[in-house]
Design a binder for this molecule. Structure first.
Ligand SMILES: [Fe+2]
Ligand SMILES: [Fe+2]
Length: 135
């Protein structure tokens, strides 16, 4: 079973963003599957790196839309993105140094940050962007 199941309650009503969120869900699920399948740590770290890069691209996409459409909570939202990226960078440093391994705790963390961020902070811009006909 997938670690995260996409459901309609995760939809922010903006197709391009939903597609990116689904991709993030798929990437976290793929990492979880690889972990459970006993893949080597270096394979897991490669998947993690891909997730980190795509997350950054996704955050930039949202922030560009905030700027284009005058989203009033843009600064707070960007601060949350920055804090999440800082956590991922710190994790990456530990993984590279061998002082952390990809395991169940890390998967719980990734699942938590993605779903909480989508359900609270991302959902908060839904009405504003939909009101501006962003798709
Ligand atoms: Fe998002
Ligand atoms: Fe966001």
């Amino acid at each position: 079973m997938a670690l995260i199941e996409w459901s309609d309650k995760m939809s922010v009503g903006v197709d391009s963003i939903d597609d990116q969120h689904k991709k993030l869900v798929n990437m976290i699920n793929a990492l979880n599957d690889a972990l459970r399948g006993g893949e080597a740590e270096e394979v897991l770290v490669k998947i993690f790196d891909g997730l980190a890069v795509y997350t950054q691209k996704h955050f930039q996409y949202e922030e560009k839309l905030f700027a284009e459409h005058g989203y009033p909570l843009a600064a707070e939202h960007k601060a949350e993105h920055d804090a999440l990226i800082a956590q991922v960078v710190e994790l990456k440093t530990k993984l590279d140094a061998g002082s952390a391994l990809i395991g169940i705790e890390l998967m719980k963390f990734l699942k938590g940050w993605l779903t909480n961020h989508i359900l609270k902070s991302d959902m908060a811009y839904s009405a504003h962007l939909r009101g501006r006909k962003v798709a």
